[in-house]
Design a protein around this ligand. Structure first.
Ligand SMILES: [Fe+2]
Length: 289
């Protein structure tokens, strides 16, 4: 699919103007770990080999660089992420909003610095397609991020295996789940990166994925206290807008993300870095001498 074929939303220039006005009139945000919600979730997966027990996956999503999150903020955030003792990094899309010029180099340099022993894996969001998928894929390539758009990578850890899969953005009809399924080695625990959380309705039907990780919703940028849910739900994040869900036999996790794409406002909905710690149901086998 060519970028020209992607339907761009109405009124992009108006949205961009609102963004620019908010970006230039509001004071710059500086990164502080106190203002971040570091969400740690333990997720038990069927058939996960013991060697992946306590495997730590850190997810970043919806950076929307240039609005709210500026290049310095992102760079400091990456330095912080690199202190968190993680095994793998996943990125679930929307790295830009409506402006990309002037920010490509910053994103590339920050992503280059991200470090994890088992690698960095990413998919694209709807905004990335609107800004030019080829540009984002080049940044991924230059920053050693494996592009999992409708693709699969199987990790091996001391004889145990884990599928890390990705599907491209369904908002712009770039998703191709059949292609992913055809590439997936069978009978291996599998994680799917999908920008839009409501894609879980489709992915869960396959019974091939144990966990889907998503962003897109920004947690609605407003979370009702005590209910831990949001009244503001956009397309493809109406069913699973924030946090943990069980969708058929699959677990869905939706992050509140880091940035904002229209109103630079978050109420009871801090920017989020997620760490998912995988847990095995299997018992460790200790050889007896
Ligand atoms: Fe999105």
């Amino acid at each position: 699919m060519k970028n020209d074929d992607i339907d761009k939303p109405q009124g992009m220039k108006i949205r961009q103007s609102i963004q620019d006005a908010m970006t230039t009139t509001l004071p710059d945000k500086e990164f502080s770990e106190k203002n971040i919600d570091l969400v740690e979730v333990d997720i038990e997966l069927d058939n996960l080999g013991w060697n992946f027990h306590n495997f730590r996956i850190l997810n970043l999503t919806d950076i929307h660089l240039g609005q709210w999150i500026n290049p310095e903020y992102l760079d400091d955030l990456v330095d912080y992420v690199n202190t968190l003792n993680i095994d793998m990094i996943t990125l679930t899309g929307d790295y830009f909003s409506y402006v990309i010029e002037g920010y490509e180099e910053s994103l590339k340099e920050s992503f280059k610095k991200l470090s994890a022993e088992y690698g960095k894996f990413g998919v694209l969001g709807n905004h990335d397609h609107w800004m030019g998928a080829d540009k984002i894929r080049k940044i991924f390539n230059d920053a050693d991020i494996i592009d999992l758009s409708n693709d699969v990578c199987t990790l091996e850890k001391e004889g145990d295996f884990l599928n890390i899969c990705g599907v491209d953005s369904c908002t712009v009809c770039a998703d191709d789940l059949d292609k992913v399924l055809a590439k997936m080695p069978e009978n291996i625990p599998s994680i799917l990166l999908a920008h839009e959380p409501d894609f879980a309705q489709e992915s869960s039907q396959t019974n091939r994925f144990d966990l889907q990780i998503s962003g897109h919703s920004h947690g609605g940028q407003f979370i009702i206290p005590k209910f831990e849910s949001t009244p503001f739900r956009g397309p493809n994040s109406r069913k699973y807008p924030v946090g943990l869900y069980k969708v058929r036999d699959m677990i869905q996790y939706t992050s509140k993300g880091l940035g904002t794409n229209s109103f630079r406002l978050r109420i009871n909905c801090k920017p989020e870095i997620t760490i998912i710690t995988l847990k095995s149901k299997n018992k460790q086998k200790i050889p007896i001498e």
